[in-house]
Design a protein around this ligand. Sequence first.
Ligand code: NAD
Length: 340
Amino acid sequence: MKTRIAVAKGDGIGPEIMEAVLNIFEANEVPLEYEFVEMGKSYFDAGHSTGMTEAAKATIENLGILFKGPMETPKGKGVKSINVTARKVWNTYANQRDFRTLNGVQTVFSKAGIQINMTIIRENIEDTYGGIEHMITNDVAVGRRIITRPGSAQVIRYAFEMARRKGLRKLACGHKANIMKLTDGLFLETFYEIAKDYPEIQASDIIVDDLCMKLVSHPEMFQAIVLTNLQGDIVSDLCAGLVGGLGFAPSANIGDNISIFEAVHGTAPDIQGKNIANPTALLLSGISMLRFLGLTGHAATIENALLYTLEKGVHTGDFGDRATKSSNTTEFAECIIANL
Ligand code: NAD
């Protein structure tokens, strides 16, 4: 019995990396059936204000899972990002990004033998991302930051549940409550309130600037961190850098009814159409989607093939000259298929 999911190929390098990933899934006979949906910059340009057709929206809401490539944000004032809109429309309130050391991927830490295995949970809906901004005078712009108790509670509870599921011992809350006493203060207060329901998990908090310093000096200190939207956005890109860059950063946007799996990186217009993009981040996102769907055997087989391929030094061009064998997107996917 195949599980039906919605797939949006995305813009820029999206179609190239999506094809690579779906070919790997097909080679492993993953029991998924794809409904390709109309979503992305061209649909925005065609007049769909959310960047997707009504039919696409209905399909995604019906199936509950969207596997998507990166999408270009149309430029201009008053235009909302398709990605931010999708997260809001479907209340995918928790953004989960898993970062870990990948053997064969050189980083400043791999030389020192430091192993990173850490999850960042970022609140995905509130904070400054409502884009509520206005000019008071020509020289003064004002933006509103909205943090609510229910909005904080749903993402914090998700983070504790995730920690319990993974058997983690620690969960930290990153914040700036020393300065933003009401907004970050509310997030932090909610964190410790919910922590009481999870006595087996050691809850702690850390000011976000101190967190950044510790992440770049001792990343092995952390197992999981939950943060508000903007701080989580910045910290999670920092963590992508710790494990080798955006090409290795997967992401899941989790909601109660709909979940979206995608790479952290964007459409990479500078390398679009060249067949040199790294599909690893999208593949890692796809692997977490398979686990989410209970297809754990397929997830493990594909993950092992990916790790083996990277370890053997088969890399796409974004590794620079550190790769033993540099491949294009198609060859890289073929190598993973051969190693399944
Ligand atoms: P980007 O992530 O597209 O590119 C940044 C740099 O990283 C570029 O040099 C690019 O070539 C490289 N890069 C990114 N992914 C790569 C990959 N898989 N393999 C090899 N190299 C890779 O960021 P940007 O240029 O700031 O954004 C371009 C567009 O993407 C914008 O319209 C932005 O809004 C959009 N975007 C979309 C998403 C999403 O759909 N979730 C996320 C971020 C940005």
